[in-house]
Design a protein. Structure first.
Length: 270
């Protein structure tokens, strides 16, 4: 049975429960055969499989090849059954979109009273799950293992391709007209880990999402664009957005434009 956990101060940490729900969701998708057609990517993939030291909310998946007729709902029964085996009831509903996009989305909701008797758990924990049905080319996958709620393999984008997806998001994301500090945090993480950036996959993503950017990045033009972006970014806003997702926000004390320009100088490419 899924149970809640508490921090040492006795305050319930919903993020721990959230991550357990993410793992159970992956298990249900695995049993359904979903991963015959799709792979995991994004921040939650990076946290669960590569130890990214920040919390991540959403679950992002990509089909291995384009399929406009793909229906995420075909895999819901197995996910619901997986939660039932863990002693948890869930409701899955389709998210209404303002316009058609190649992203097939849904919200997976859990009745948190199932997980704990603690009163501060009452309410709803939601996991947003998205599937890109028209993936850009140039990516590779690898099978990585989770051991909760049982041992199974999940096809994931390789680190250089995850890196490319993150840099595409950092440079081109339009997120409610606000800066997404999590993108900048992940960028610094990739640099510290020495991951090499797959520039070909980044260019494939840019060509799909921003066709007006008709000149592919070279290493030199990419670094120049990053430096310009850093110079024109409000780093205090970056720090403010990412702070709630960190256990230890003291790491942000060194963040300024000079810090990110130094990180930029350490970017490595495939």
């Amino acid at each position: 049975m899924i149970e809640s956990r508490s921090t040492e101060s006795g305050i319930h940490d919903k993020r721990v429960v959230h991550e357990v729900l993410q793992q159970v969701t992956l298990a249900g998708l695995y049993r359904s055969g979903f991963f015959d057609k799709a792979a995991f990517y994004g921040g939650t993939c990076l946290r669960l499989f590569h130890g990214l030291d920040r919390f991540s909310e959403d679950m992002d998946f990509s089909l291995l090849r384009q399929d406009p007729d793909f229906e995420l709902a075909d895999y819901f029964k197995a996910v619901i059954s997986e939660f039932a085996m863990a002693g948890c009831r869930v409701e899955i509903r389709k998210k209404k979109k303002a316009q058609e996009t190649p992203i097939e989305s849904a919200f997976l909701k859990s009745d948190t009273s199932i997980y704990s008797l603690e009163t501060d758990l009452r309410g709803t924990i939601s996991i947003k799950i998205e599937v890109d049905t028209n993936p850009p080319g140039g990516f590779s996958t690898e099978a990585l293992s989770l051991v909760t709620p049982f041992t199974f393999l999940t096809p994931c984008y390789t680190l250089p391709d995850l890196y490319a997806g993150k840099m595409h998001a950092l440079m081109f994301r339009r997120w409610r007209n606000r800066i997404k500090g999590r993108d900048w945090y992940d960028f610094a993480w990739y640099v510290r880990q020495g991951v090499r950036l797959n520039l070909d996959h980044l260019n494939a993503r840019v060509a799909q999402s921003n066709p007006e950017e008709n000149t592919p990045f070279t290493q030199e033009t990419f670094l120049s664009a990053m430096q310009d972006m850093i110079e024109n970014t409000d780093i205090e806003m970056v720090k403010h957005e990412v702070r709630p997702f960190l256990r230890d926000s003291s790491v942000l004390t060194v963040w300024d434009k000079k810090y990110f320009l130094i990180q930029c100088n350490h970017i490595r490419f495939l």
